[in-house]
Ligand binder design. Structure first.
Ligand SMILES: [Zn+2]
Length: 327
């Protein structure tokens, strides 16, 4: 998987470089048609390297010759800038505009992977993780309130009214989503639409270019554990991917194996993302008391106070759908 993400990322970077070079070429062609003198200047500037090489091997005073070539070079560049300005162009109009000014779209800078390459790999990793999920299947349109009856006696408010509010909250959350959006805790029994609505949020904001990492709790902790014990893929870690995603969705918290490693990892993720002011959506069947017992009161209280809590109500939609003969 790591290799695939790396290849994909390098392809993007090579594409960026080709675009930057082509656009500079196009700008030059356009300007030279308008100001022919600039073509002459460009030709002379291109000969600089050859002239210097010749001077180095010349029997006469090399240094004076090289100094003269450099001086000519500066004068030519000055003239070019003046010509550009006089024709209404910015003075740096013919320079190559790289996407990344550090690595100049090569992916490597000072002998290491450039930040732009690391970011792309993390994004591609998130896409890779998401591929296996039903990320594209759920939308707000396909979320039906018909399954939540009005006036059921179990709750003070009908589940229909509560779920209408929750649906509206999620739609507004997606519409107003920003990188520093609040985190959300979706609580309630299995089959009440927590996964559906969190995936609908994901689908909505991904269309606007945000990166989303969707992962089930059992998968997440297994990957973290494999990495911790050195059995995972080398390169960009799961934690890096979690940190770089604009929104992380952890589905089905509580379905994973109960152990100290998982508890510590959850604490670490919740804390790190809160400190970075980056949103997380956590879905769980656990009630507050169970959250506290499993993950300590420190984690539970952070989730209950720092996250927006949505309490899903109703009857298991999947069972109702089965009874009605729907899939
Ligand atoms: Zn770069």
């Amino acid at each position: 998987m790591r290799n695939e993400s790396y290849k994909r990322s390098m392809k993007t970077i090579t594409g960026r470089r080709e675009t930057a070079l082509r656009e500079a070429e196009e700008r030059t062609t356009k300007v030279c048609l308008q100001v022919p003198r600039i073509r002459e200047i460009q030709n002379q500037l291109q000969q600089t390297g050859g002239k210097i090489a010749k001077a180095v091997f010349s029997k006469q005073d090399s240094r004076t010759q090289i100094e003269q070539i450099m001086l000519d070079n500066i004068r030519l560049q000055q003239e070019q800038r003046q010509l550009l300005e006089a024709s209404g162009y910015p003075t740096d109009y013919l320079e190559i505009e790289y996407f990344c000014r550090f690595c100049e779209d090569t992916g490597y800078w000072q002998g290491h992977q450039c930040e732009c390459l690391k970011k792309l790999i993390a994004e591609n990793n998130a896409l890779e993780f998401n591929r296996g999920s039903s990320l594209s299947l759920a939308s707000f349109d396909s979320f039906s309130l018909d399954y939540y009856p009005e006036g059921d006696s179990l709750h003070a408010a009908s589940s229909h009214r509560i779920m209408t509010e929750i649906l509206e909250f999620c739609q507004t959350y997606a519409a107003r989503f920003q990188k520093n959006a609040s985190s959300v805790l979706m609580m309630g029994d299995t089959g009440l639409g927590k996964t559906h609505l969190s995936l609908a949020i994901a689908g909505d904001i991904m269309k606007r270019g945000y990166t989303v990492l969707y992962v089930s709790a059992p998968d997440l902790f297994r990957k973290l554990q494999n990495e911790y014990y050195g059995r995972g893929d080398q390169g960009i870690s799961m934690m890096d991917t979690i940190l770089s995603a604009d929104l992380v969705i952890i589905d089905d918290l509580g379905a994973e194996i109960e152990n100290q490693f998982n508890t510590a990892s959850l604490y670490n993720i919740v804390n790190t993302k809160l400190n970075a002011k980056q949103p997380v959506i956590i879905n769980t069947n656990l009630v507050p008391k169970e959250l506290e017992r499993r993950y300590s009161s420190r984690v539970a209280s952070r989730l209950m106070t720092m996250y927006q809590c949505l309490k899903f109500v109703g009857k298991d939609i999947r069972l109702i759908k089965l009874k009605n003969g729907e899939s």
